[in-house]
Design a protein. Sequence first.
Length: 115
Amino acid sequence: VQLVESGGGLVQSGGSLRLSCAASGFTVNTAVMSWYRQAPGKEREWVADIFNSGGTTNYADSVKGRFTISRDNVKNTVYLQMNSLKPEDTAVYYCRTIRSGVSYWGQGTQVTVSS
């Protein structure tokens, strides 16, 4: 199992970014895929999930209405579309899945939102 995030960068407040999480070793539509983030000096926090069954999504209150998680089964990739970004969204964003009780994380991608 391998997860590789990309798409981070520097953006102004109010801007948008789309993060990608390319998966290998399994297919993303058979797993719950999640995005987390960790800001400097803070604990890692959950951002969003997309479930294997039916593609149901859940979001943290802090991002609801601004972020959208989705997946492309052909590309075996999960995305996080982030709109109306705020400085408090600045963090390293990680992709995560759990397979057979083992948690797998990507290496993370830095998102910096300037005010």
